[in-house]
Write a protein that binds this ligand. Structure first.
Ligand SMILES: [Zn+2]
Length: 468
């Protein structure tokens, strides 16, 4: 995703106008320093994270828990003192996981730890496994060469602090199943897009290309993928893959949940921060993305505790259904497309709860001094100003595409793919001190952007065929 994000960042730099210099009043910088210290000592985000992951648990989009999460988010925003809380409907098709298993058959019979990819159809298939070292190798296989067989793409994903290897390995999940179908395969297995040696397995959405008949598609835990490779070195391996899952055929209406700390002067001008409320179903979605919800709800709350409201409105959005295609974020951008210029700047926390190490924003020349002021206020948190490094968070992309300015608060993702979309994504993986550092950064950023006099480059732009 990182590569796409970088390309997007380059083409989304706002047009240079003759704008007055954006400035941040010195008194706002003083308050930012106080907020930073207060946030580091504040437990609100941890309480929110615990509440969401404990009381709601996994939040698969369109599941029964989705509705509970929407009700939870509204109640939590009210409890945290937000001035206005409301919901906006988001409708999408629903996918369910009911059961899944896989086993090696024959002389070396044994179970394999697998999980269905989101969007996979159900069904039981049995066939000889053909291993490919990469998606490229699968692509190079002759047409029809996998007739009646199960394709197994065993492409590893290396650990990286910025998560960049997810962008490289991601197509195995998104495109692998369709490639396998074209070669005649009856089933698809892939080495899990994860970095943990635990016997857990990472799910995530796949899409089948138009005109292809979808096949059962699953990820295999890393130890099991290695086991399969060892078995294949000893001779042919037959596997039975049994998935009970699929699109239900029914649409579901969830909601983006929105809370505002209403601005004292320019209430129609909005600094947007947020995360996504949905999660995959295997863990409790603690790092993906209850942390983002907790960090941003707590940041708005801390600003709301000040004796007076910020100059502009702070808007916290808990986006619906990010996992199955930024569906809530697209609906938000569609619904608010007439207010892009008033979305002064937006930032989403959706890369876990690791410490923030870098800051960047899409601001034009006229706002560079203000951006450097924000960077200086973040520096005591160990955050470096890294111009040209970042990009909008996933749920900010639709808004950025139509002209919204964005900020990037880059989190250390070294451990993110140990947990991402798998059963280990639980609250005990989150470090409270790291979480508080995130809250401090979002609080400082949102406060200063709301107090700034002048904009950060948001301006309505015509769609130019850009997409995520
Ligand atoms: Zn996420």
């Amino acid at each position: 995703m990182r590569l796409a994000t970088l390309l997007l960042a380059a083409c989304l730099l706002p047009a240079q106008g003759v704008a007055a210099e954006t400035r941040i009043p010195p008194s706002a910088l003083d308050t930012a320093a106080q907020l930073r210290e207060r946030a580091l000592a504040d437990g609100t985000a941890w309480q929110v994270l615990e509440s969401l992951t404990t009381e709601i648990g996994p939040r698969l989009a369109g599941s029964e828990a989705d509705a509970r999460a929407v009700a939870w988010a509204q109640a939590k925003l009210r409890e945290l003192g937000y001035d206005k809380v409301w919901i906006e409907p988001v409708t999408f098709p629903t996918w369910e996981r009911r059961g899944e298993s896989a086993e090696v058959l024959g002389a070396h019979a044994q179970p394999l730890v697998v999980t269905a990819l989101g969007g996979s159809p159900g069904g039981t298939v049995e066939g000889e496994v053909v291993r490919f070292e990469s998606l490229e190798a699968l692509r190079a296989a002759p047409e029809g060469s996998l007739a009646g067989k199960i394709a197994f793409v065993d492409q590893p994903m290396e650990r990286a602090h910025d998560g960049s290897n997810y962008g490289k390995a991601g197509p195995v999940r998104s495109r692998g199943p369709s490639e396998a179908i074209r070669k005649g395969a009856v089933g698809f297995l892939m080495r899990s897009l994860g970095t943990t040696r635990h016997r857990v397995v990472n799910t995530g959405l796949t899409r089948f290309e138009e005109g292809l008949e979808p096949i059962p598609s699953a990820a295999v835990a890393l130890p099991d993928a290695d086991q399969l490779a060892r078995l294949l070195r000893r001779g042919p391996v037959r596997v039975r893959l049994a998935l009970d899952c699929g699109w239900t055929g029914a649409d579901y209406t969830s909601h983006n949940v929105i809370g505002e700390i209403t601005g004292r002067e320019a209430s129609e001008e909005v600094v947007l921060i947020g995360g996504h409320l949905d999660s995959w179903d295997l863990g409790t979605g603690a790092v993906d993305d209850a942390s983002g919800i907790a960090i941003t709800m707590a940041a708005g709350h801390l600003i709301g505790q000040l004796p007076q409201r910020p100059r502009r409105t702070i808007r916290v959005v808990a986006f619906a259904n990010e996992e199955q295609g930024l569906i809530g974020a697209r609906e938000y951008a569609r619904r608010h497309s007439g207010e892009v210029a008033n979305h002064v700047i937006g930032a989403e926390s959706d890369f876990g709860a690791g410490r923030i190490y870098g800051f960047d924003a899409s601001a034009p020349e006229s706002a560079q001094a203000a951006v450097r002021d924000i960077a200086a206020a973040l520096a005591p948190l160990g955050i470096e100003y890294m111009p040209g490094e970042g990009g909008p968070g996933p749920d900010i992309i639709p808004l950025a595409t139509i002209g919204g300015a964005w900020a990037w608060l880059g989190q250390d993702g070294s451990r993110y793919f140990d947990l991402h979309h798998n059963a280990d994504d639980t609250i005990d993986q989150v470090d409270p001190a790291d979480l508080a550092q995130n809250v401090a950064a979002y609080t400082v950023f949102a406060w200063l952007a709301a107090e700034a006099e002048g904009g950060f480059g948001s301006a309505a732009r015509a769609m130019q065929g850009a997409n995520e």
